[in-house]
Design a protein around this ligand. Structure first.
Ligand code: NAP
Ligand code: MG
Length: 405
C-alpha cells in the first residue's frame, strides 16, 4: 500500500503552452506526485492540440469541469495573426478561457499572494484585495461608429411585438462618435450570486460600486439587482451569520477608500472597472506572477489558474537552452487552490492539509530562505539571498515541503 495521500474524486488537469507548460510539469513532478496519489483527467490544451481537434478539446475540458466540479488550468496562447503563422494554424482559434467561461457561466476572482518581503506599493494594504470582474457585456460587446456629417443619433428599441422606444442621443453639427452598449439581467444576476457565494466561501466582506449617480438607469440597474438578490435569496442572513458585510458605494468613492483601506475584502467590479483595476492591483501588490485566479460558476464549479500568460519571452530563451528565472508561485497556488477545494468537497482533510503545507513551504522559500526568482528579487526588501532559476526555485520549495511532511 502506498503512503501517498489519496484522492476521492478526480481533478480536471488542463495543460497549456510555452513556459507555463514547462513549469506545469515541474510542479507536478516535484511538488505533487511524490506526495499525492494524483487522480486527474488530463486535457492537453496546447495550441497544437486545439488546432488538431478543431478546438473541441477546449469544450471537452469545460464539460469535464461540469462533470467533476473542480479543474486547474495552465496558461494557454490566445492566437493572433502572428501565432497563426508561427504554428501554421487552420484558423485563429478563440481564447480558451473565453470558451470555458461561457460554458461554465462563471465569474473570475483574482487575489494576490502576499509576502512579507514584497511590500505593496500602497503601504496601508495588509491583506489581499480580491477583484471579482463581471465578464459579460458593456463596452466589450459594443456597437460603435464614427459620425462624419451633421445629423441626429437616436437610441431605438423595437420589441418583438413591434412597440418602439426612442430617445435622442445627440444632434450632431459636425463629426463625432457614438456607441451602443448593453447588458442582460440574467448575466448580472449570476455575477451577483457568484460574488455573494465567493464572499461567503472566503468569509470576506464584499464591496460593489458603480456610477449610478450619473448613469441613473444603466448603472443603477446593477445596484438594484445586487440589492434584490442580497435580500431575496437570503444572502443577507448568511452574511450576518458569518460576520461579513455587503457594502455598496460610488465607484470613485470606492477607489479612494480602497487606497486607504488595509485590504481584506472582495471588490466586485463591472466589466471595464475589473479589467483596469485588476491589472492596477496586480502590479501594486508586487508582481503579476503573484496573482492567482479562480473562475467560480453559480452552479458550483471551480477552475483555478495563474493570472499571468504563457511567459513567451522566457520560453524562447528556454528553447535556446538558456536558463530562465520564471516564477511558479501562481501556478503552485492554482494547484493548492484546486486541491483544497477538492478536499473540502470530498471531506478529505489530508488533502487540504497538504495544500496548506505546500503554500507555507512556497511562502517560506521566499520570506525566510529569501530564495526567489528574478521578478521578485528586483523588488524584495530585505534583498534576496539567491536569485533562483525556474527549476531551482521549485526544488527549494520541495526541500521546505519535505521538512513539513
Ligand atoms: P505574460 O505571459 O503574462 O507575460 C508578460 C511578462 O510578464 C513576461 O514577459 C514577464 O516579464 C512577466 N511575467 C509574467 N508571468 C511571469 C512569471 N510567472 N515569472 C516571471 N515573470 C513573469 O503575458 P504576454 O507575454 O502578454 O502573453 C503571452 C501569451 O500568454 C499570449 O499568447 C497570450 O495569449 C497568453 N495569455 C494567456 C492567459 C491565460 O491563459 N490565462 C492570460 C494572459 C495571456 P519579463 O519578460 O520582463 O521578465
Ligand atoms: Mg486588463
Amino acid at each position: 500500500m502506498s503512503s501517498k495521500i489519496q484522492m476521492k474524486t478526480l481533478l480536471v488537469d488542463i495543460d497549456g503552452d510555452e513556459m507555463t507548460r514547462v513549469m506545469w510539469a515541474m510542479v507536478k513532478d516535484n511538488l505533487l506526485e511524490p506526495y499525492i496519489d494524483l487522480k486527474t483527467e488530463y486535457y492537453d490544451l496546447s495550441l497544437e492540440k486545439r488546432d488538431e481537434t478543431d478546438d473541441n478539446i477546449t469544450i471537452e475540458a469545460a464539460e469535464a469541469i461540469k462533470k467533476y466540479g473542480v479543474g486547474v488550468k495552465c496558461a494557454t496562447i490566445t492566437p493572433n495573426a502572428a501565432r497563426v503563422e508561427e504554428y501554421n494554424l487552420k484558423k485563429q482559434w478563440k481564447s480558451p478561457n473565453g470558451t470555458i467561461r461561457a460554458i461554465l457561466d462563471g465569474t473570475v476572482f483574482r487575489a494576490p499572494i502576499m509576502l512579507k518581503n514584497i511590500e505593496p506599493a500602497v503601504r496601508f494594504w495588509k491583506k489581499p484585495i480580491i477583484i471579482g470582474r463581471h465578464a459579460y457585456g458593456d463596452v466589450y460587446k459594443n456597437v460603435e461608429y464614427k459620425i462624419d456629417k451633421p445629423g441626429k443619433a437616436e437610441l431605438v428599441y423595437v420589441s418583438n411585438n413591434g412597440d418602439e422606444k426612442r430617445k435622442t442621443i445627440q444632434e450632431f453639427n459636425g463629426p463625432g462618435i457614438i456607441q451602443g452598449i448593453h447588458n442582460i439581467d440574467k448575466s448580472i444576476e449570476s455575477f451577483a450570486r457568484a460574488c455573494f457565494t465567493y464572499a461567503l466561501d472566503q468569509k470576506t466582506d464584499l464591496w460593489f460600486a458603480t456610477k449610478d449617480t450619473i448613469s441613473k438607469t444603466y448603472d443603477a440597474h446593477f445596484k438594484e439587482i445586487f440589492e434584490r438578490i442580497y435580500h431575496e435569496e437570503n444572502y443577507k442572513s448568511k452574511f450576518e451569520k458569518n460576520g461579513i458585510i455587503y457594502f455598496y458605494t460610488l465607484i470613485d468613492d470606492a477607489v479612494a477608500r480602497v487606497v486607504r483601506s488595509e485590504g481584506g475584502f472582495l471588490w466586485a467590479c463591472k466589466n471595464y472597472d475589473g479589467d483596469v483595476l485588476s491589472d492596477f492591483l496586480g502590479s501594486a501588490y508586487g508582481s503579476l506572477a503573484l496573482l492567482t485566479s479562480v473562475l467560480v460558476s453559480p452552479y458550483g464549479y471551480f477552475e483555478y489558474e495563474a493570472a499571468h500568460g504563457t511567459v513567451q519571452k522566457h520560453y524562447y530563451k528556454h528553447l535556446k537552452g538558456e536558463k530562465t528565472s520564471t516564477n511558479s508561485m501562481a501556478i503552485i497556488f492554482a494547484w493548492t487552490g484546486a486541491l483544497k477545494k477538492r478536499g473540502e468537497l470530498d471531506k478529505t482533510p489530508k488533502l487540504v492539509e497538504f495544500a496548506d503545507n505546500l503554500e507555507k513551504a512556497a511562502i517560506e522559500t521566499i520570506e525566510k530562505n529569501r530564495i526567489m526568482t528574478g521578478d521578485l528579487a528586483r523588488i524584495s526588501n530585505p534583498p534576496a539571498k539567491k536569485v533562483a532559476e525556474t527549476e531551482e526555485f521549485i526544488q527549494a520549495v520541495a526541500n521546505n515541503l519535505t521538512k513539513k511532511l
